[in-house]
Design a protein around this ligand. Structure first.
Ligand SMILES: [Zn+2]
Length: 127
Protein backbone atom coordinates (compact mmCIF):
# COMPACT_ATOMS: atom_id res chain seq x y z
CA UNK A 1 0.00 0.00 0.00
CA UNK A 2 1.51 3.31 -1.02
CA UNK A 3 2.11 5.82 1.73
CA UNK A 4 0.66 8.60 -0.36
CA UNK A 5 -2.70 6.85 -0.66
CA UNK A 6 -2.71 6.27 3.08
CA UNK A 7 -1.99 9.95 3.73
CA UNK A 8 -4.85 10.99 1.49
CA UNK A 9 -7.24 8.49 3.05
CA UNK A 10 -6.26 9.50 6.58
CA UNK A 11 -6.66 13.18 5.71
CA UNK A 12 -10.26 12.41 4.79
CA UNK A 13 -11.04 10.30 7.83
CA UNK A 14 -12.51 13.20 9.88
CA UNK A 15 -14.97 13.94 7.06
CA UNK A 16 -15.55 10.19 6.65
CA UNK A 17 -16.42 9.87 10.34
CA UNK A 18 -18.65 12.93 10.01
CA UNK A 19 -20.29 11.36 6.94
CA UNK A 20 -19.67 14.62 5.08
CA UNK A 21 -17.73 13.04 2.20
CA UNK A 22 -19.22 12.73 -1.26
CA UNK A 23 -20.55 9.27 -2.14
CA UNK A 24 -17.59 8.49 -4.41
CA UNK A 25 -14.92 9.59 -1.92
CA UNK A 26 -16.69 7.76 0.88
CA UNK A 27 -16.68 4.59 -1.22
CA UNK A 28 -12.96 4.97 -2.03
CA UNK A 29 -12.09 5.47 1.64
CA UNK A 30 -14.22 2.47 2.64
CA UNK A 31 -12.53 0.29 0.02
CA UNK A 32 -9.08 1.34 1.19
CA UNK A 33 -9.95 0.80 4.86
CA UNK A 34 -10.95 -2.77 4.05
CA UNK A 35 -7.45 -3.49 2.71
CA UNK A 36 -5.22 -1.33 4.89
CA UNK A 37 -4.61 -2.10 8.56
CA UNK A 38 -2.85 1.22 9.14
CA UNK A 39 -5.76 3.30 7.91
CA UNK A 40 -8.28 0.98 9.55
CA UNK A 41 -6.53 1.63 12.87
CA UNK A 42 -6.43 5.36 12.18
CA UNK A 43 -10.15 5.25 11.44
CA UNK A 44 -10.89 3.51 14.75
CA UNK A 45 -8.88 6.14 16.62
CA UNK A 46 -10.56 8.95 14.68
CA UNK A 47 -14.00 7.57 15.47
CA UNK A 48 -13.19 7.17 19.17
CA UNK A 49 -11.53 10.59 19.29
CA UNK A 50 -14.70 12.15 17.94
CA UNK A 51 -16.70 10.59 20.74
CA UNK A 52 -13.98 11.52 23.22
CA UNK A 53 -13.83 15.13 22.09
CA UNK A 54 -17.58 15.45 22.40
CA UNK A 55 -17.52 14.17 25.98
CA UNK A 56 -14.47 16.33 26.82
CA UNK A 57 -16.26 19.41 25.57
CA UNK A 58 -19.21 18.47 27.76
CA UNK A 59 -17.11 17.75 30.87
CA UNK A 60 -14.22 20.22 30.50
CA UNK A 61 -11.72 17.71 31.90
CA UNK A 62 -7.98 18.34 32.17
CA UNK A 63 -5.74 16.18 29.95
CA UNK A 64 -4.21 13.23 31.83
CA UNK A 65 -0.42 12.70 31.86
CA UNK A 66 1.28 9.65 30.41
CA UNK A 67 -1.68 8.71 28.28
CA UNK A 68 0.33 7.38 25.33
CA UNK A 69 2.32 5.22 27.72
CA UNK A 70 -0.86 3.73 29.15
CA UNK A 71 -2.25 3.11 25.66
CA UNK A 72 0.96 1.36 24.65
CA UNK A 73 1.01 -0.64 27.87
CA UNK A 74 -2.57 -1.74 27.25
CA UNK A 75 -1.90 -2.84 23.70
CA UNK A 76 1.32 -4.71 24.56
CA UNK A 77 0.29 -6.21 27.90
CA UNK A 78 0.14 -10.04 27.97
CA UNK A 79 -3.47 -9.86 29.10
CA UNK A 80 -4.50 -7.76 26.11
CA UNK A 81 -2.28 -9.40 23.52
CA UNK A 82 -2.82 -13.08 24.30
CA UNK A 83 -6.27 -13.50 22.74
CA UNK A 84 -5.18 -11.56 19.68
CA UNK A 85 -1.85 -13.23 19.05
CA UNK A 86 -3.37 -16.11 17.10
CA UNK A 87 -5.61 -13.81 15.13
CA UNK A 88 -2.75 -11.47 14.19
CA UNK A 89 -0.84 -14.28 12.50
CA UNK A 90 -4.05 -15.58 10.94
CA UNK A 91 -5.88 -14.76 7.76
CA UNK A 92 -7.18 -11.30 8.75
CA UNK A 93 -4.34 -9.26 10.25
CA UNK A 94 -6.03 -5.99 9.31
CA UNK A 95 -9.06 -6.79 11.42
CA UNK A 96 -6.93 -7.91 14.36
CA UNK A 97 -4.86 -4.75 14.38
CA UNK A 98 -8.00 -2.66 14.11
CA UNK A 99 -9.55 -4.48 17.07
CA UNK A 100 -6.37 -4.07 19.08
CA UNK A 101 -6.21 -0.32 18.46
CA UNK A 102 -9.95 0.12 18.85
CA UNK A 103 -9.83 -1.70 22.18
CA UNK A 104 -7.04 0.51 23.50
CA UNK A 105 -8.62 3.68 22.17
CA UNK A 106 -12.09 2.83 23.42
CA UNK A 107 -10.76 2.67 26.98
CA UNK A 108 -9.03 6.03 26.72
CA UNK A 109 -10.58 7.74 23.72
CA UNK A 110 -11.33 10.92 25.59
CA UNK A 111 -7.93 10.94 27.22
CA UNK A 112 -6.16 10.30 23.95
CA UNK A 113 -7.77 13.40 22.46
CA UNK A 114 -6.47 15.41 25.40
CA UNK A 115 -3.06 13.85 25.05
CA UNK A 116 -2.92 14.89 21.40
CA UNK A 117 -3.61 18.52 22.25
CA UNK A 118 -1.22 18.40 25.21
CA UNK A 119 1.47 17.05 22.89
CA UNK A 120 0.94 19.93 20.48
CA UNK A 121 1.29 22.42 23.32
CA UNK A 122 4.48 20.77 24.56
CA UNK A 123 5.93 20.81 21.05
CA UNK A 124 5.26 24.54 20.81
CA UNK A 125 6.84 25.21 24.20
CA UNK A 126 10.00 23.33 23.28
CA UNK A 127 10.73 25.66 20.35
ZN1 LIG B 1 -3.80 2.99 4.16
Amino acid sequence: MSERVCQEVQAQLPAYVDRSLSRLRRKLVALHLRRCAVCQAAFSVQRDLRAGLASLAAQGEAPPDGLLESLLAQSSSPRGAAPLRGAVSGARPALSVALLVAGAAAGAGAGYASWLSAKNVRRRLRR
